[in-house]
Structures are given as structure tokens and as C-alpha cells.
Design a protein around this ligand. Structure first.
Ligand SMILES: CC(C)(COP(=O)(O)OP(=O)(O)OC[C@H]1O[C@@H](n2cnc3c(N)ncnc32)[C@H](O)[C@@H]1OP(=O)(O)O)[C@@H](O)C(=O)NCCC(=O)NCCS
Length: 307
């Protein structure tokens, strides 16, 4: 059967909403840490606004798939097209491949060099994209705070809020993350002055908490946390954990586990119900740390080079 691709028309929006809502409901059933909630009216409006970045697939006059990809650029990424968990639906790999082919031509014309897509962490879904040349970049992991098993902070280590006086150690710890993530050259690499400015503004930001762990009057670990803004597939009341690093001299002694424990204990008291983090698939320390801690991958970010 011939699959036809065209730009989304307003008359397609209802059918696209129904496909997304069904898919998210299925995802949530498959994966209890995925939030399947969809506000259909809001989604309908979003889809209409995004009509010039959305393609739909028709077969036998039936809508059989859609693909949305916004072309964005920021300081850490080259110009790229981004697709979230609600940005794509398809019934067969053939439909996906013709949708991607059509959208890729438009993304290239808009000067994007890559396409990133968040895909449910489920092998057959991931395979559909791998077949098209996509490869995993990072993972989104989630845990329910009620499922936590508290452990005490190890002897001699204390958790406290970071201050400007910790700046030099924070910069050291940030470099440890850059090295672990392979961000020491190219676009990902930041210089210390730039990072210093970012940290100063984060320390000032009432929405963000910057924690450090102190041992023998030295800062040996850090983590940054904030309320995760609403996003498709994630739950409300989710604490986002970021910039987690432990000085190599004390790694492997339970410091990160205990730090995250203490942070999540407080977060639970503050009404948070979930925790989320993101890590690169190329960072084995982070991968085994977060999985071992209890975060379960919900979505995988895949990437394909467009040119
Ligand atoms: C990931 C990191 C924060 C873990 O800190 P840590 O204090 O060493 O972790 P813990 O001692 O609490 O270890 C808990 C688990 O993490 C995993 N882990 C820790 N170090 C590891 C290593 N070198 N290699 C593989 N797994 C490791 C293990 O599963 C370990 O469980 P186990 O002790 O039962 O074997 C630390 O290795 C680090 O700072 N890495 C560099 C920065 C980084 O990658 N940050 C994460 C960015 S998303």
C-alpha cells in the first residue's frame, strides 16, 4: 500500500491528538514510570501551532502516522531538529522511514545538521529507529521516591548547600563531569570563566539548589536539583538531579549514593514524588551509578546526522 506524506493540515489535528494519546497510554501501561497523561485540548492547540513543522502519513485515506521536528539551536548543540515523546507516531517501520525521509529534507533545508528524538526505552521501538541509522546518545531515568531505600551518609561526610566560597571546587567537579562525558573538546567544552558565571547565577536562582558534600573541610561532591518543568512523559512533582560528581579520590565509597539519598529524603519531605536524571550512554560510571541507585530508563535520546 502506498504511503503518502504531506504537511499537517488543521483537519488532521484531531486524529493526530488521538494517536498521541493512545500511544502515551500504551507507553504508560508498558512502563509505569512514564506519565501517560495528555491534556487533549492543549495538545490540539500545540499541534495547530506546530503545523509547519509536522508531517502526516496517509494510507488508504487513513492517517497512519505523524512526525514533528522543531529546528532549534543553542550554545551546546549545533542546529538540530528535535522530536519529543509525543512528536512521532507510526504503525509500521515503512511509514516511519518515509516520514523521516520527508522531514529530513525540510530539516536540511532549514540548515539543521542532526535530528534528535526521544524514544520509549523499549527494544522494538528503538530498533525501528536504529534501522534508519539512529544511535543512542543519552537516557532519561526515573524513580518513585516512595520506592527509595534510605542509607546514611558515610562517616566523615556532610551534606550542605553550596556557597560562592566553594566556587573553585565546584569548577573542579564540573570538569570531572566534562571528562566523564567526553566534553573536553569541541562544542561541549566550556571554559572556566564561562562556567563560573553560570554557577554564580545558579547559586542566585531560588528555583535551583546546589548541594555539596564536605569531608575533612574539603568539598568532595556536588549535585544540582530543581523542579522539573512539565514535560511530556514525565510526572508533576519530579525533582531533576543534575551535575552529580564525586572527586575521584573518594569515588566508589558510597558518597554519591548517600548524597542523592539525603537530597531525595528532603525532597520527599518537600512534596516531590519522583526523581529524574539524564546521562550519556557513553558514560559507564553514570550508567551503572544511576541504574544501581534505582533510576529506570524511560526514554532514550537517539541521534542521526543529516549531513
Ligand atoms: C557517577 C559518580 C557520581 C558515582 O559516584 P560514587 O560516589 O563513586 O558512587 P557510589 O560509591 O555511591 O557508587 C554507587 C554505584 O555506582 C557505580 N559506580 C561507581 N563508580 C563506578 C565506576 N568507576 N565504574 C562503574 N560503576 C561505578 C556502581 O554501580 C556503584 O555500586 P557498588 O558500589 O554497589 O558497586 C562518580 O563516579 C563520578 O563523579 N563520575 C564522574 C562524573 C559523572 O559521570 N557524573 C554523572 C553525570 S550524569
Amino acid at each position: 500500500m502506498m504511503v503518502e506524506i504531506r504537511a499537517l493540515l488543521s483537519s488532521d489535528a484531531n486524529a493526530v491528538v488521538a494517536r498521541i494519546a493512545d500511544q502515551l497510554a500504551n507507553d504508560a501501561e508498558y512502563h509505569p514510570l512514564v506519565n501517560g497523561f495528555v491534556d487533549r485540548d492543549a495538545l490540539y492547540e500545540t499541534i495547530l501551532r506546530a503545523h509547519n513543522a509536522t508531517w502526516v502519513a496517509y494510507e488508504d485515506e487513513q492517517l497512519v502516522g505523524h512526525l514533528y521536528g522543531a529546528v532549534l539551536s543553542d550554545t551546546t548543540h549545533p542546529r538540530a531538529a528535535w522530536t519529543g515523546p509525543d512528536g512521532v507516531s507510526f504503525d509500521t517501520e515503512h511509514e516511519l522511514s518515509v516520514l523521516v525521509e520527508r522531514a529530513s529534507a525540510a530539516w536540511l533545508a532549514a540548515d539543521a545538521s542532526r535530528h534528535y528524538v526521544w524514544v520509549l526505552a523499549e527494544e522494538s521501538r528503538l530498533d525501528s529507529w536504529r534501522t534508519l541509522g539512529y544511535a543512542a546518545l543519552s537516557v532519561r531515568g526515573v524513580m518513585r521516591l516512595a520506592d527509595r531505600e534510605p542509607r546514611p551518609v558515610p562517616e566523615g561526610f556532610t551534606l550542605r548547600d553550596a556557597t560562592l566560597e566553594d566556587m573553585d571546587r565546584i569548577l573542579d567537579l564540573d570538569e570531572i563531569i566534562d571528562v566523564a562525558q567526553g566534553d573536553t573538546v569541541g562544542l561541549g567544552a566550556k571554559d572556566r570563566d564561562e562556567t563560573r558565571k553560570e554557577i554564580t547565577s545558579l547559586l542566585d536562582d531560588p528555583e535551583v539548589r546546589h548541594f555539596v558534600i564536605e569531608s575533612a573541610h574539603d568539598v568532595v561532591a556536588q549535585a544540582i536539583t530543581f523542579l522539573l518543568p512539565s514535560r511530556r512523559g514525565s510526572f508533576e512533582h519530579t525533582l531533576y538531579l543534575s551535575e552529580v560528581a564525586v572527586d575521584p579520590t573518594v569515588q566508589g565509597r558510597g558518597v554519591a549514593s548517600a548524597m542523592i539519598d539525603a537530597i531525595l529524603e528532603r525532597a520527599q519531605g518537600d512534596g516531590f514524588r519522583y526523581a529524574e536524571a539524564q546521562w550519556r550512554v557513553t558514560n559507564p560510571q553514570a550508567d551503572s551509578f544511576w541504574r544501581g541507585y534505582g533510576l529506570v530508563p524511560t526514554y532514550v535520546r537517539l541521534e542521526r546526522t543529516l549531513r
